[in-house]
Design a protein around this ligand. Structure first.
Ligand code: BF8
Length: 654
């Protein structure tokens, strides 16, 4: 095991790198044990200042060329590429990678769905036939007289176009508000299919090809929209049909969900199929009996990162923490097996797992890790993989051979606010609608809606930017909706409970207390950001808040982003019409044409725009200013007289 570097040990004060108490305690233990984790590696490696601003180009081997971000137009690359060409090509490749990751995930979910529909995969089923039918009808499919299986096959055929189609428009474009779609068509940014849009970026960013940042930006928007309204949306919708559409459920979050006297199995990753099967394996009476025979009280299944967030939303499975806690959780010594699939799996896990004798098991053909055991997961025989992992975990429990120290911290919260549930929650069974939300925005009780999503990143204090931003927003009557690692940060801060309404401004508090909902609504994983797009569309369709997503008093933020997926998500929100602010930093050089195009020019075209700041209070101020600007444009900047919504007025609204 590599030893902690002495200079690193001095440089990092734990209170400065994380707000998560459990993670902090495990960082202290890691230091005592001489174990290095990502927080230490980050302290020992400054970000490359040229790369951070995207002023370098390695698209060919005449370079790599480095431009001066302080004098961006002072020189060009060997081929003559300007700073705008270089930055836009770099950002395009980030978006292509992020979009590819989500689309690959969505395609895997589609393949699983096809197998369930044609009967070749029998371990999964269709749990929400109502949503299946609703989706078929929404996409204009003729399903009269069809069986559930036939409907599923018809839907699978239609949604396959999301990936493979090379001409036309992806299927879920049918959901986009008419005026938003009109703008996309005018700008020629409607995606044809994910594969061709991602391939198109890789092709046009080759040396000597597309060298106009505005044209490259169009390709960026297409590839990003092919993620948000494409692959990610397919993953969410088919996931709901197969595994259940979430509705509010209480779940425990934080390291205290680990149990010293149980066999602890963590699933960390993004695709729900592995986790769903693991849920079946840990409940198998014969495996539970083997665990008991070895002295365990039972088998404890826990999630981390995004598939964890999905399982928490759908089934109330406990969640141990977000991305930056994945190494520290192993330091507890209590994790008997960590099964991973794809995305956001840090290679450093292998060494940490080895030190604490935890089984780290990769399961997906797209993600092997040197030093980890690989047990391939196959949807036709999923239990072969998950049962074997549980068996390994039981054996490790019987002979842990390391000290166990679990921070006894658990935060209870309510999660699982799907778009469908929000619709029902606001309007009731017979009048489910977004009218009460729109009405409360129009009358000023709710100032606007903010999506706060995305990663945690060791370049900023873990969870802190998310939590401070969200507190500031709800204090100012902004309803917050969340996904991914951000949702877990707020769950740990105790804001995902209805009682957190006391932290909200008077208007939002009144609405939360009337409905019995938290001021912060958790929607699930990163692919579930598409639920935010659907909610925004429902707000437009409801009426009274403009004709396009760009008209809405809404804003988005990824305060601690780190992954290329986050950039793809950010761009699909911007292209959909949302002002989107990133924390940490942004890979462009300020006061360049490309930067100005992203941070203002796109808005002039009728889309959204980007913003950036590290400071959560400034971030909140930027988002509030945007929301207020939209309220003014809509003519609702002066709150209407406040009237409590009684049954008569609810009926009227419906
Ligand atoms: O997809 S929020 S760190 S875990 S990239 Fe990764 Fe970021 Fe977490 Fe999930 Ni999303």
């Amino acid at each position: 095991m590599e030893k902690l570097d002495k200079t690193v040990k001095k440089a990092v004060a734990i209170k400065d790198v994380t707000q998560c108490e459990a993670t902090g305690r495990m960082l202290e233990k890691a230091r005592r044990d001489g174990v290095v984790v990502a927080f230490d590696r980050a302290a020992g490696m400054k970000p490359c200042p040229i790369g951070a601003e995207s002023a370098c180009c390695k698209m060919c081997y005449m370079g790599p060329c480095r431009l001066n971000a302080r004098d961006p137009y002072g020189k060009v690359g060997v081929c003559g590429a300007t700073i705008d060409t270089i930055q836009s090509r770099n950002l395009a490749r980030m978006v292509a990678s992020g979009s590819a990751a989500h689309n690959d995930h969505g395609m895997a979910v589609l393949e699983l769905f096809k197998g369930v529909a044609n009967g070749t995969i029998t371990d999964y089923t269709i749990k929400d036939p109502y949503k299946l039918e609703a989706l078929c009808l929404e996409l204009g499919l003729e399903i009269e007289g069809m069986t559930i299986q036939e409907k599923a096959l018809a839907l699978a055929d239609e949604l396959e176009k999301t990936y493979t189609q090379t001409e036309g428009e992806i299927p879920f474009v049918k959901r986009v508000p008419a005026k938003t779609l009109e703008t996309w068509r005018k700008l020629d940014i409607v995606p044809r299919g994910a594969m061709i849009e991602v391939m198109g970026i890789m092709s046009r960013t080759h040396m000597g090809c597309d060298q106009h940042y505005e044209n490259i930006t169009k390709a960026i928007s297409k590839a990003a929209l092919a993620d948000g309204w494409g692959g990610s949306m397919v993953a969410t919708e088919l996931g709901d049909i197969m595994f259940g559409t979430p509705s509010p459920v209480q779940a425990d979050v934080n390291f205290g969900v680990l149990k010293e006297d149980h066999v602890n199995v963590i699933v960390h990753g993004h695709e729900p199929n592995l986790f769903e099967s693991m849920l079946v394996s840990v409940s198998d009476p014969s495996l539970v009996q083997i665990a008991r025979d070895k002295g365990a009280k039972g088998i404890n299944l826990v999630g981390m990162c995004c598939s964890g967030a999905e399982m928490m939303s759908r089934h109330g499975v406990p969640h141990a923490g977000n991305f930056m806690s994945t190494e520290p959780v192993l330091v507890t010594g209590a994790v008997d097996a960590m099964a991973v699939d794809i995305q956001c799996i840090q290679q450093g896990l292998a060494k940490t797992a080895e030190f604490y004798k935890t089984h780290l098991i990769t399961t997906n053909p797209r993600c092997h890790i040197e030093g980890a055991r690989h047990i391939e997961f196959e949807e036709h025989t999923p239990r072969e993989c998950t049962d074997e992992i549980v068996t390994l975990a039981i054996a490790r429990f019987a002979d842990r051979g390391v000290d166990v120290e679990i921070p006894q911290i658990i935060n209870k919260g309510i999660h699982g606010f799907s778009h469908e549930y929000i619709n029902y929650m606001l309007g009731g069974s017979f009048r489910s609608s977004y009218a009460p939300l729109n009405d409360n925005i129009i009358n000023g009780r709710i100032r606007g809606v903010a999506g706060v999503v995305g990663c945690v990143n060791p370049r900023v204090k873990q969870d802190w930017v998310h939590v401070e931003l969200v507190k500031e927003l709800i204090k100012n009557d902004v309803l917050v909706i969340q996904t991914g690692c951000s949702q877990i940060a707020l769950a740990k801060a105790g804001l995902t409970v209805p009682e957190a309404a006391v932290l909200a401004g008077p208007g939002l508090r009144e609405v939360c207390e009337a409905v019995g909902m938290p001021p912060v609504l958790g929607l699930g994983s990163c692919v579930d950001n598409t639920r935010i797009l659907i909610a925004a569309t429902a707000m437009v369709n409801q009426g009274g808040l403009g004709d396009s997503i760009a008209d809405l008093p809404v804003a988005g933020a990824a305060p601690e982003w780190m992954s290329e997926k986050a950039v793809a998500i950010g761009q699909y929100f911007v292209a959909s019409g949302v002002f989107t602010v990133f924390g940490v930093g942004f890979p462009t050089v300020k006061e360049t044409k490309f930067h100005d195009h992203l941070f203002g020019g796109l808005e002039d075209q009728g889309l959204g725009k980007w913003g950036v700041t590290k400071d959560p209070y400034e971030m909140a101020a930027m988002m509030l200013a945007h929301i207020d600007k939209k309220r003014k444009e809509l003519g609702i900047d002066k709150s209407r007289e406040r009237v409590l919504t009684d049954m008569a007025s609810r009926r009227e609204l419906a």
